[in-house]
Write a protein that binds this ligand. Structure first.
Ligand SMILES: [Zn+2]
Length: 354
């Protein structure tokens, strides 16, 4: 890794006997990684250094989401980003879940029909000319928030990720929970209001129908406050919020009620140190949602020894999933080699190759 410029020696640690061991640190400028998030309405790319600091961010509105079209746009963005950059480790790509579930993966406006997780990594690798790691948006966003955001220093937390729908990334004892098929945390389709609003998945009363960017957009369009789902949401919401608009307040009240129930459920299921809200909703709106929560009393998270809030807003903003995608690449490049080195038995070190 030193030869590749990924780490550099920073000195020697004092030792009682023998040769003092060399101490290494990551060389943030040694390489870069690309992170892409594909949402039904927006494509986001970030380029980060090895330390996870964003060097470049690009966003592009999507009018078509078929893989061939979007992969072509990603290739263009990657070409522009790589000019005069140091070695590129690869790209992370995150998309909304769930992966490969009949009737759910292509149901409605929060999904990406045609994005088959079995085929996409190879197609993306060919389009970009580099290895591509695929993961779910909420899981990647949770990891990004743990690296440098509100979850920094926490080992067990949950991240409710607002993309177009609502996803959940759970980190438990430092490890992301992915489940058997990469679909753990598909929280948008848990029934929170039995007999409630119909959902594209076939259920009635899914959480995502009350608490998501799409649910907000539908409400504002129905109230005549937003012209279309595709444009101007953030600016409109900021203005309505500042003016104390009653129609927006109604959405916030209903959403906070559904969210409070869901948070109680998540606390009792995962025992997180904190639940963090983040992603593609304006910070001021996330703050308003948190301020309107009425958290259930019957929760394992009501502890007398708490030293932080049960719910907090994330700090990575609307590029958190793309940042997490780049972090996946760095993690996957660096960790296996560190682990391999660490786990190498002493007596094997000098053994000749068979
Ligand atoms: Zn549903």
């Amino acid at each position: 890794m030193e030869g590749e410029g990924l780490v550099h020696a920073t000195g020697r640690r004092p030792a009682a006997r023998g040769q003092p061991p060399l101490v290494y640190a990551f060389n943030p400028a040694g390489a870069v990684a690309l992170g892409f998030e594909v949402r039904p309405d927006i494509l986001t790319m970030v380029l980060t250094d090895l330390g996870g600091t964003a060097l470049l961010t690009r966003q592009m509105r999507l009018t078509r989401t078929d893989p061939a079209h979007v992969l072509g746009l990603m290739a263009q963005m990657a070409d522009e980003a790589q000019t005069d950059r140091p070695r590129i480790l690869g790209a992370g790509l995150v998309i909304p879940g769930p992966f490969g579930v009949e009737g759910l993966s292509a149901a409605g406006a929060t999904t990406l029909p045609g994005w088959d997780p079995k085929q996409i990594p190879a197609m993306a690798a060919e389009a970009l000319g580099m290895p591509v790691h695929l993961d779910k948006d909420a899981t990647a966003a949770a990891l990004a928030e743990g690296m440098g955001g509100a979850a920094q220093g926490l080992s067990s937390y949950a991240f409710l990720y607002f993309g177009s729908g609502l996803g959940l990334g759970v980190v438990s004892q430092g490890q992301p929970l992915r489940g058997g098929f990469g679909n753990a945390g598909e929280v948008g389709h848990i029934i929170i209001t039995p007999g409630g609003l119909p959902c594209d998945c076939g259920n009635h009363g899914c959480l995502e129908q009350y608490v998501s960017r799409l649910s907000l957009q539908r409400h504002l369009v129905a109230q005549g406050l937003l012209a279309s789902h595709t444009r101007g949401t953030d600016a409109t919401v900021a203005a309505l919020l500042a003016a104390g608009n009653p129609a927006l307040s109604t959405w916030i009240t209903t959403a906070a009620e559904a969210l409070s129930r869901a948070i109680g459920l998540l606390e009792n299921l995962f025992d997180p140190q904190c639940i963090i809200l983040g992603g593609a909703l304006p910070d001021a709106l996330l703050d308003a949602l948190i301020a309107n929560l009425s958290l259930p009393e019957g929760s394992v998270s009501r502890r007398a020894d708490r030293n932080g809030p049960r719910v907090a807003r994330g700090t990575s903003g609307n590029r958190s999933a793309a940042m997490g995608a780049a972090a996946l690449v760095i993690h996957d490049t660096v960790t296996p080699r560190l682990d391999a080195h660490r786990s190498m038995p002493t007596e094997m070190k000098d053994a000749p190759c068979p």
